[in-house]
Ligand binder design. Structure first.
Ligand code: ADP
Ligand code: MG
Length: 609
């Protein structure tokens, strides 16, 4: 994924932005151009800069074309040469400049547009690279929301600004500068007039912008809240209807009320802002016209020249106005850039470049591991366990005791707070993520399937596997039976996240992946929800197969699985290991394991003999 990226390396990550939360302003001091640059590959960046450069040229041409109306009008009025050319000569110059400006504009837009498409492409890669580097713990519902907004809606707006806003800003600014300088050369009074108008207009635009922003700040939070509530309302229909609240959902109604109130207040501010803008720009224009007319009446300006002067003043103010609007557009994009930066600034998971040696291939060890998702609420406290290669370890314990957490730490989704997790005898932090992932297969409870065919979803386990091997894994994990039931067989798409399948079926697909991958270590979180008899049979046979080649760590709920394990680790509710040993040892000793076993055996209708 690093093909085109030159600058999205961790070295560009600003240390002050480390830890920035999604949606916050990560680093406002970094210039917008620098922020564009780091998201773009060299080709697209050159195109954007090229578009801006040609835009500047085109602006200079159109500025000159406007400016040269002054000598042309004098030549026309007096019939004499002005600035060395007669009226005919000036007409030719004006025509050439107009054509040059139009051609420049065309190429500037075109190159800028290509650059913008390149920007979209590069940002996807930059974000993709970044997503592959950040710690998995970063992916919460919140961050996923920020990211999906960033790569869809906001990125489109940003690329539009890269193509359009930056180009037209450079063209207009160049044109303005040419007219402004030229006006001083032509007549100091015109120069003075234009010079005074610029800061005045800038102040008015700023005031107007502030008012509009204030209006947005008033209404936007409520609108975001409403959007979130609407999504929630749709997602939770099942739950809402089951408690007879299908249509009557207080939170949504409240959010609507708040939006109605805040939008009204916001609208007042925005209207005031637009008024300031419109009225004051008009006042400046009228002042300019009055001044030029007064000069003409007093005889200081030729009438024709006065008309041209008024024209130039009008055009100049419109250009300044356009600069204001474009700058505001770019400012708005800056907020979106903050969201992209919030993703790009997440410090990547530290990992070494070189593969680490393994002193004990296939083994897993937790050495005095302490861990908390949130500071102050420890989940694991001093957990020790050692799973030798090719053995099977069952982890049992009450719900919420940290069983899944142990599996996540082995896969380094999170880093431990204290202690060490070793895979193959090596600290997981000392090996590249790819090396660690190459050794582990995970079958978790919340299996996510890609919106693709069943076959493709299994093949992810081992992209190089031949068809026969895929079928073998599918047979063993019980996926073949699912296939037989589906309308398009192997070619049935499973829907986003695998919605077309039940939880148990999804877990079977995930087991088939693991069988295909044949990793030395398999982490299996037995799904309680998927414990129907049919699933059980498949999981048992798949587990037997996995056991032949791999070390198995199973978060076990089924009594057969637990009894079949070489060792059982019993986690207590306090996040410590309460007991550990073989089933035979533990079941005879009074303690939590015996209680658990007796309770579960009775519940399952088993009798211990
Ligand atoms: N992503 C998370 N963020 C914060 N807390 C979490 C997260 N995942 C789990 N927890 C909390 O950590 C504790 C252990 O969770 P878990 O390992 O899933 O337990 P188990 O698998 O034994 O039921 C629980 O109190 C749970 O609420
Ligand atoms: Mg769990």
């Amino acid at each position: 994924m690093t093909e085109t990226m030159n600058s999205a390396t961790p070295t560009t990550v600003n240390p002050t932005a480390v830890g920035a939360r999604a949606g916050e302003h990560p680093d406002v001091s970094r210039s917008l151009m620098a922020r564009y640059h780091r998201l773009m590959g060299p080709v697209a960046w050159r195109q954007v800069i090229g578009g801006i450069g040609i835009g500047v040229l085109s602006g200079i041409f159109s500025g000159l074309a406007l400016l040269f109306l002054l000598p042309a009008s004098v030549a026309l009025a007096t019939g004499r040469n002005s600035w060395g050319l007669g009226f005919g000569g000036w007409l030719i110059v004006l025509a050439v400049l107009a054509v040059a400006a139009a051609v420049g504009d065309y190429f500037s837009q075109r190159i800028g547009m290509t650059g913008a498409l390149g920007f979209q492409h590069d940002v996807h890669y930059a974000i993709g690279d970044q997503v592959a580097r950040v710690p998995l713990s970063w992916f919460t519902a919140d961050s996923a929301g920020v990211m999906s907004r960033a790569v869809s809606r906001e990125m489109m707006s940003l690329s539009e600004s890269a193509a359009h806003f930056l180009n037209s800003l450079s063209t207009t600014v160049a044109g303005c500068v040419v007219i402004w300088l030229g006006s001083w050369v032509w007549d100091w009074r015109l120069g003075l007039l234009l010079t005074c108008s610029a800061p005045l207009l800038a102040v008015f635009l700023r005031v107007s912008r502030r008012l509009i922003d204030r209006g947005k700040a008033v209404s936007e939070p409520a609108e975001r809240e409403l959007a979130a509530r609407i999504v929630e309302f749709a997602r939770c229909q099942g739950a809402l209807r089951s408690c007879h609240a299908g249509t009557d959902y207080r939170q949504l109604a409240d959010a609507f009320d708040v939006v109605a109130r805040t939008s009204r207040r916001g609208l007042w501010w925005e209207t005031a802002g637009n008024l300031v803008n419109g009225v004051l720009v008009q006042i400046i224009i009228v002042a300019m016209i009055t001044l030029s007319a007064a000069l003409a009446v007093s005889g200081a300006l030729e009438p024709l020249q006065a008309v041209v002067t008024i024209g130039i003043c009008l055009r100049f103010t419109t250009m300044l106005d356009a600069i204001g609007t474009t700058t505001a557009g770019i400012e708005e994009r800056r907020q979106m850039m903050n969201h992209l930066d919030a993703v790009m600034d997440v410090p990547p998971l530290p990992e070494p470049d070189a593969a680490a040696g393994e002193s004990e291939p296939g083994a897993v060890e937790l050495d005095d591991v302490h861990f908390a998702y949130r500071a102050g609420t420890p989940v694991l406290r001093g957990v020790n366990m050692h799973v030798p290669a090719h053995s099977m370890c069952a982890i049992v314990g009450p719900s919420g005791s940290g069983k899944t957490t142990i599996a996540r730490l082995v896969a380094r989704f999170w880093d431990v707070d204290a202690g060490t997790v070793r895979v193959g005898g090596t600290d997981v932090r000392d090996m590249p993520v790819s090396q660690l992932m190459g050794q582990i297969s995970m079958v978790f409870q919340d299996v996510y399937l890609f919106d693709d065919t069943l076959e493709a979803n299994i093949r992810i386990g081992n992209l190089g596997a031949d068809a026969a091997r895929v079928r073998w894994a599918a047979d063993l994990a019980g996926v073949t039976e699912i296939v037989d039931r589906l309308p398009d067989g192997w070619d049935t798409r499973v829907g986003e996240g695998g919605q077309a399948l039940s939880g148990g079926e999804r877990q079977r697909v995930s087991i088939a992946r693991a069988l295909l991958k044949q990793a030395p270590i398999v982490l299996l979180d037995e799904a309680t929800s998927a414990l129907d008899a049919e699933n059980e049979a498949h999981i048992v046979s798949a587990m037997q197969e996995l056991r032949r080649n791999s070390t198995l760590i199973v978060i076990a709920h089924k009594l057969e699985t637990i009894a079949a394990a070489d060792q059982v680790v019993v986690l207590g509710a306090d996040g410590r290991v309460a007991q550990h040993g073989t089933h035979a040892d533990l079941v005879d000793a009074p303690g939590p394991y015996q209680d658990f076993w007796n309770y579960r055996s009775r519940a399952a209708g088993w009798r211990l003999v």
